[in-house]
Design a protein around this ligand. Sequence first.
Ligand code: NAP
Ligand code: ZN
Ligand code: ZN
Length: 354
Amino acid sequence: METTNIKAFGTEAANAPLNEMNINRRKATPHDVEIEILFCGVCHSDLHTARSEWGPSMYPCVPGHEIVGRVVNVGGHVSKFKVGDLVGVGCMVDSCRECQYCQEGLEQYCEPGMTGTYNSPDKHLQDTPTFGGYSESIVVDENYVLRIPENLDLAATAPLLCAGITTYSPLHHWKVSQGMKVGIVGIGGLGHMGIKIAKAMGATVVAFTTSESKFAEAKRLGADEVVLSKDAGQMAAYRGKLHFILDAVSAEHDINAYLALLRVDGSLALVGAPEQPLPVAAFSIIMGRKSFAGSMIGGIAETQEMLDFCGEHNITADIEMIDIQNINEAYERLLKGDVKYRFVIDMASLKNKN
Ligand code: NAP
Ligand code: ZN
Ligand code: ZN
């Protein structure tokens, strides 16, 4: 298979910083779209993966799955996109397309496994992992490419490709709507999108944060009420009050403290993916017939639906733009919960500097 050598930013090992490197991309096949990457969001999953926190990653590892860019080339059989289109790529670039889940638009749960945008075996290039969006360009089958609503700011739209769909999908699945009181836990990249989307779906939104500074601001993001989760008194006031909770915390925390806040038949969906297991006490869920569930990103059609929903409601992420050369520092800040609320890399920084 013919390849092109391009610039990227990635790491060679779990304990090594990210650095500039060169990677090979396949040349566009007849069904592929080649995208010049303009902006790439920084998801906490990028950090978990770069550092092998979920088990050994494949190296070199080039993270990045909140990609927006411009189509610069299309294969001969591509019908959905043309050169010049503004497009997005999220967390997956392929799946088997044949299993029940792929047929139902749940490609993220593909039986043989979806192909992640990074850290998956590349189906086209032997013995190579897929490489993500911390790079100049990417080549993706047109069926895994999304259309960006024209009215949205491009850089602030990048985080929708993971943080947006990861929160939209469970909020939609658990039918969040007007009349429901919904908790959003952990106001980082995912959580702040969760607030905006749950609010746009009509729910009364309660934000739970450990950060005093976010306590003051969560209402600006759309929360109706804010709880400082370290304050037992504030937590107690919500016992048995919430219909649904979306938990987007990236580190160990007490899940039982949140299950206690659900009403009878309420559900807590975990999207945060801490390194260590989270113990759930039997009585946290038997009392009140509660459900403790999980959810992973969303399917391709649902991702487009989410982008269109965000276009209609004028929803984008609150971002802090960085140069790719500052990615290691950004990771350290992410670990401290110190980002309001998503880092987005201006990919021009990769081209402009050597
Ligand atoms: P993030 O921006 O770093 O946000 C995580 C938030 O969790 C922090 O801002 C902080 O919120 C809270 N937090 C962090 N450490 C904490 C601790 N020790 N105790 C309590 N709260 C803490 O991360 P993200 O990009 O939103 O991702 C969140 C998690 O979701 C990550 O584990 C990521 O891998 C995972 N994820 C899962 C999926 C999926 O498909 N399920 C998709 C994307 C990401 P406060 O300051 O408000 O407390
Ligand atoms: Zn992500
Ligand atoms: Zn499949």
